[in-house]
Ligand binder design. Structure first.
Ligand SMILES: [Zn+2]
Length: 263
């Protein structure tokens, strides 16, 4: 049988087979640093047995999980704070404006709405035509405003003079509503962007820290499983040699028993 290579573990100073441990230079830098923090004099050429290595591998897993949880909590706290921050309350512009309307403003809105409709044009045309027809033809014997309808001109001028400022009032209010709307939009956008940034940070943390950590933890798990398998193999080998010894002992005992009567 070929001589299996052995090495001395630098922690417990016992002889181990090389497959039952690792050289420090073959370890992950993070795990190696953990060992070096406990044993500053350890060199990269030193050997550590699986039994002692397990402690540091578990410490490494623990450290990664802890740092991930800490980072996630930190980002979640930031996100919660950003979502709860009420430095600007998003308002329903229409509802808010409706509440502060004065009677005059309501009237101006109604007048502007009616003045800018086909209904107004229809009614006005009818009134104009009727006025001109009645005064021009003198149907009922009344001619209060004969041709060229000077009173009608005056009435039209008055209506135009009043209607213009009323429509302007209503337009001012429309401009107010637009301004409030855009202000509202600006704040909503600002808040959304802030939240988006934090979500971005969360995603970055997930892909750049947690995912590599998860993969590293899986790798460590596989290594630990391999070590367990090695130890099981060792156990089986020991058992085989032990039972082999027993059988040969029994054989010797039997042959001894057989040989004794012959003597
Ligand atoms: Zn050891």
């Amino acid at each position: 049988m070929a001589e299996e290579k052995t090495a001395i573990c630098f922690i417990d100073h016992q002889k181990h087979m090389v497959i039952d441990g690792r050289y420090l230079k073959d370890l992950e830098p993070a795990t190696r640093n953990l060992i070096k923090s406990d044993y500053p004099s350890a060199k990269v050429t030193d050997f550590i047995c699986d039994h002692d290595l397990l402690k540091y591998q578990l410490m490494r897993v623990d450290g990664m999980v802890r740092s991930d949880v800490k980072q996630t909590r930190k980002i979640n706290r930031r996100l919660t704070r950003a979502m709860q921050s009420d430095d600007y309350e998003i308002v329903d512009v229409n509802e808010n404006l409706e509440k502060t309307l004065t009677f005059g403003q309501r009237v101006s809105d109604a007048v502007a709405r009616f003045g800018g409709s086909w209904g107004f044009i229809g009614v006005f045309t009818f009134v104009l035509v009727a006025w001109m027809f009645v005064n021009g033809a003198g149907i009922f014997g009344i001619k209060f405003d004969p041709f060229p309808f000077i009173l009608l001109n005056l009435a039209l001028s008055c209506i135009a003079a009043i209607q213009a400022p009323i429509i302007m009032m209503s337009q001012n209010r429309a401009a107010d509503r637009d301004r409030m709307n855009s202000e509202n939009d600006y704040h909503v956008n600002l808040k959304s962007e802030h939240e988006l940034r934090i979500l971005h940070a969360k995603l970055d943390n997930l892909t750049q820290n947690q995912l590599p950590h998860t993969l590293e933890i899986q790798k460590l798990e596989i290594e630990i499983l391999g070590q367990i398998r090695n130890e099981l193999d060792q156990l089986h080998r020991n058992q085989a040699t032990f039972s082999g010894d027993n059988q040969s002992d029994e054989k010797e005992m039997k042959t001894g028993q057989k040989t004794t009567p012959k003597e």
